[in-house]
Ligand binder design. Sequence first.
Ligand code: NAD
Length: 242
Amino acid sequence: MSDLKGKKALVTGAAGGIGAAVVRALRAQGALVAVADRDVSGVEAEAHLPGNLLEPAYADGLPAAAKAALGGLDIVVNNAGVITRGKVDETTDADWDLSLGVNVEAPFRICRAAIPLLPPGSAIVNVASCWGLRPGPGHAVYCMTKAAIASLTQCMGMDHAEKGIRINAVAPNEVNTPMLRTGFAKRGFDPDTAVAELGKTVPLGRIAEPEDIADVILFLASDASRYMVGAVVEVNGGKPVK
Ligand code: NAD
């Protein structure tokens, strides 16, 4: 992926499991990276843009801020996300606002602001989920938000390809990140044991590590995927959600 050398990238959720792996992988390929998250003080990058994606002005301004800080913008990775658990009748207004705000509204705002700034040959990669394609039980609003970002990706892919901007998404199944591990801990399971047990349910014999997802994100951000538009790529170790 030598074409990533010197490319300028914005990554949201950059302090989290998958986001940090994407930042490391982009920088290892010679890209310059602006990192966005609530706290990015521990993330090595060329530009630091901390903030709360629930604030519309912050999300609206991120692409321009990244472009100004890096001297250009070629790649946007909308990776930040939150998971809320529960059936619809267990979902609070706060769960709804948080899930829609971070998982759908923020990437919508960032894409809307980025598209006029991105040159031909640029790419946006959104992070959906296998649960956005085939929902799992007990996470109704999370699944819906991931279906929404998958659909938005397909729509934007079609609509903006004529400007030479390719917009695609990854749809991971379970990934060994703080999101998954804190969920286990909240439910009273030891995260290491739970991750090992879950790995036995995957044909490849383990759940994904953040780097497994980051490598596919880099592929979608690079010219190696130059004919891919509006795709939602499942990365699941052979375990699609039934
Ligand atoms: P993570 O919790 O490690 O990272 C998510 C990051 O998003 C965190 O650093 C968090 O601070 C940031 N974020 C959340 N709300 C924010 C806000 N309001 N403002 C700014 N930043 C905010 O989780 P992860 O597993 O690395 O998740 C990354 C993406 O992958 C998410 O979109 C998630 O839905 C998706 N995903 C994860 C899994 C999995 O099993 N871990 C599976 C499928 C999809």
